[in-house]
Write a protein that binds this ligand. Sequence first.
Ligand code: NAP
Length: 347
Amino acid sequence: MVAMERVELAPVYQISRVIRGGWQLAGGHGEVTPGRAVADLVSAFLAGITTFDCADIYTGVEDLYGALRVQLAKFAGASALERLKIHTKFVPDLELLPRIRKADVEAIIDRSLKRLGMARLDLVQFHWWDLAIPGAVQTALWLQELQQAGKIDRIGVTNFSTEGVRAFLDAGVPLTSAQVQYSLLDRRPARHLAELGVSLLCYGSLAGGFLSDRWLGMPEPDHPLPNRSLVKYKLIIDDVGGWAALQHLLAGLSAIAQRKDTGIAQIASRFVLDQPQVAAVIVGATTGAHLRANVSLSNDQLDQSDRSQIAALLAQLRPLSGDVYDLERDRTGRHGSIMKYNLSTAQ
Ligand SMILES: NC(=O)c1ccc[n+]([C@@H]2O[C@H](COP(=O)([O-])OP(=O)(O)OC[C@H]3O[C@@H](n4cnc5c(N)ncnc54)[C@H](OP(=O)(O)O)[C@@H]3O)[C@@H](O)[C@H]2O)c1
């Protein structure tokens, strides 16, 4: 098996190119047994996935990652903790945004530090629900002050459009990364955002699992769907052409995967990893079942003929409209109305 690919996201800041996602451990994706979940996380780390994504609003996940740190310190030693990178998010509640103060920002960062058992957070990815509410740049500058005070190593953003990211860069906020949805179904980041030169950490590369052999040849599922991730990405499938379009794509990807003796999911993640500015894919998992497949992604390289076939398949999909996260940012629209906007204080 080839070793997990790694990348220098910033000077002296290395990550694995597959990041383990944390949303699937927050409830809403089936029952979570903490002991079992932490054992899976340890296995992922030992297999080479040394970077983990979570958020202040993923219920219980910062605590699970704190337990992961304790386990690694006990059984793998201090050098393991140096390789471990935990990327959390700072997602202030929608209702807080009009009156947010530096003290609110600091309290949320301190809470993450406490849950994770860290003196300094590795990467904080900032999300702002409503761009019509002023204050996003000022809030990022407060994060920068907390960085200067030693509470944060790196600052990133998540779910900002090109203009949003540009505003931070213009204000001098030192951005290490932008976390965005990027997949065979959603190529919005390629349109403009990638040109800004910020490294991309990409979620949704498997569309919650829809881009995998599990759904090839399956009938369109009825609501309620089994988990929140599938609810989110089924809306994307509807927008790019519907279930028949997904099945056509899966059949084409399956032919490529079979030639390479691999799976559709690996081809889907590989495609995203090969795009300009993409540093890593963030792949979710409810169990350790897919660990081996996701660790060995470096075996699954695409050649020119694969890329041409994929381009022909993608040409048959309807591109999503707008810039990164424009569809989701509309709270009254199909995508925005399924989200939960005030989870931070509830934690
Ligand atoms: N910034 C944001 O707004 C945002 C939004 C969404 C997600 N995220 C982050 O991104 C992570 C990824 O979540 P996502 O919702 O986008 O899901 P995803 O990574 O597209 O899909 C995850 C699902 O795919 C299945 N899977 C994983 N590896 C596989 C493989 N090799 N073969 C077949 N199936 C495989 C797993 O299903 P089973 O476990 O059921 O087997 C898993 O639950 C989250 O955990 C979170 O950290 C961030």
